[in-house]
Design a protein around this ligand. Structure first.
Ligand code: ADP
Ligand code: MG
Length: 214
């Protein structure tokens, strides 16, 4: 049988993601100082700290309520563009989880696809605009491909993780069309997008966490 994440499992993943974000503070702040206003890490780290404070509540909820609550926390605590975008992402993903007790392989793909759609709609952005989408979009495309090909879950999770990390790295060569980097003279070329990097931390941590349960 494949993996099945409960709301408690997802809460455990959030704890690991919070730690991963926490330990990369100087690096992400340097990235956002190069092309943005330097607050991306402190914004997102504050959001994840608040989520960790609420984990006792979150892990007892249904997946639907858990995701809605995460979305509300992210929207209100993170602030900036990424707060609104992550808030919308989690609200969008909650709808996929209505009445579900577990997230299995197909549902995980659907959750990430719903997050992508919500972020693209809310931010009016496309792949290639040098944003967090350039991490999430290749990850979702890869996930859908792996399912269509019937690949084993272990291999799928590892390929999705690689697609996310490679996607984040690909932002270095992109000219920004959205986000503060588009106000720079060279549109941020030569620098990684900080939002794509923090998105890759989350997807990487999620894929590793699920793999460790298989
Ligand atoms: P702000 O730009 O308001 O200071 P943050 O610093 O919290 O927001 O987040 C910046 C990140 O948000 C960027 O690195 C980029 O990945 C992402 N981002 C900004 N605008 C958009 C958008 N319209 N669509 C998708 N992602 C975006
Ligand atoms: Mg910022």
């Amino acid at each position: 049988m494949g993996f099945r994440l409960s709301s408690k499992d997802y809460a455990e993943y959030l704890r690991l993601a919070a730690a991963k974000i926490h330990e990369n503070g100087d690096y992400v702040t340097a990235l956002d100082s190069a092309t943005g206003d330097g607050d991306h890490w402190s914004n997102i780290n504050m959001g994840f700290e608040k989520i960790v404070e609420e984990i006792g509540e979150l892990e007892k909820m249904s997946l639907f309520d858990e995701f809605k609550k995460i979305g509300m926390i992210m929207m209100s605590v993170i602030g900036g563009s990424s707060g609104v975008l992550y808030g919308s992402a989690y609200m969008g993903a909650a709808k996929v989880l209505k009445d579900k007790e577990f997230i299995d392989n197909q549902a995980m793909c659907d959750v990430l696809a719903a997050m992508l759609e919500a972020i693209m709609t809310r931010g009016n952005a496309q792949p290639g605009f040098k944003t967090m989408i350039d991490c999430l979009h290749p990850a979702v495309m890869c996930y859908k491909d792996c399912i269509a090909q019937g690949l084993p879950e272990m291999e799928t999770l590892s390929l999705v993780k690689k697609a996310a990390v490679d996607g984040a790295m690909s932002t270095a060569n992109m000219e920004a069309v959205r986000g503060r980097a588009c106000y720079q003279a060279n549109k941020g070329v030569g620098h990684l997008d900080p939002g794509a990097v923090t998105m890759s931390y989350q997807i990487e941590t999620l894929m590793d966490y699920i793999s460790s349960s298989l």
